[in-house]
Design a protein around this ligand. Structure first.
Ligand SMILES: C[S@@+](CC[C@H](N)C(=O)[O-])C[C@H]1O[C@@H](n2cnc3c(N)ncnc32)[C@H](O)[C@@H]1O
Length: 220
């Protein structure tokens, strides 16, 4: 049984603490600030010159990455296909409390639907945002699609080492299109060596508040 403890991060947005992994879902310096910095600015926005952008989100969690991507798609001409995988979904009672929609000046229903939609079904949420989430571990995840971006947002290597090792990084590499990128908040040395070992080239980037560096890795 998983239990989650809600807390406020420094930008005023909620996050939760995982009792199972003993880590928070986001930086204490700001969940919205971190998501915007790592996934939207460094991952999504540079790809929005493409007509269609396929995003793979590992793992879905609070849905904040998906929600901010949906909101970003409203401001751009590109169409986004968004697939998210999550092994340990958060209870609805907690999801209902999250303050992301209010802080992002968006509709709460638009956020909540990401959680209430059926797992495994594909939905055109707008004319530019198609969404599908899978209730699965990434280890068991398969897809008919390939992706332009992987949002790699698992718990840290200290909490979940195997997700950051070459076996599963090779799987992410194979799921990416040529010139596709993996973005993550993590900049750990061994992780970056593992990325290089499976064929990625590494772009160290400045991290969000509280972190010196983040990683963008590109498929040659
Ligand atoms: C750091 S949290 C971030 C979640 C989400 N991106 C967010 O912003 O809330 C990591 C997420 O990965 C999920 N997760 C952990 N191990 C996983 C696995 N093996 N396969 C799929 N999801 C996993 C966790 O349940 C959690 O939701």
């Amino acid at each position: 049984m998983h239990s989650f403890e809600l807390f406020l991060t420094e930008d005023g947005s909620h996050s939760i603490f995982s009792a199972k992994y003993k880590v928070p879902y986001h930086s204490r310096h700001g969940a919205i600030i971190e998501t915007n910095h790592v996934f939207i600015e460094a991952g999504l926005k540079p790809k929005l010159n493409q007509k269609t952008v396929n995003v793979l989100d590992i793992g879905f969690g609070t849905g904040l990455n998906a929600f901010m991507s949906l909101l970003e798609s409203n401001k751009n001409a590109s169409s986004i296909y968004y697939e998210a995988v999550e092994a340990y979904p958060i209870k609805k009672e907690i999801v209902d409390v999250f303050n992301y929609a209010a802080l992002l000046d968006a509709a709460q229903d638009s956020f909540l639907q990401l959680h209430t939609l059926e797992w495994g079904q594909q939905y055109a949420l707008t004319d530019k945002f198609t969404f599908k989430k899978l209730l699965n571990t990434f280890e068991d995840f398969t897809s008919q699609n390939t992706f332009d971006i992987v949002y790699f947002d698992a718990f840290a290597p200290s909490a979940q080492p195997t997700l950051w090792e070459t076996g599963l990084l090779s799987k992410m590499y194979a799921l990416l299109n040529p010139d596709g990128v993996l973005v993550t908040y993590c900049a750990q040395g061994q992780f970056k060596r593992n990325l290089k070992a499976v064929g990625f080239s590494i772009e160290p980037l400045p991290g969000p508040p509280g972190k010196r560096e983040m990683t963008r890795a590109r498929k040659a």
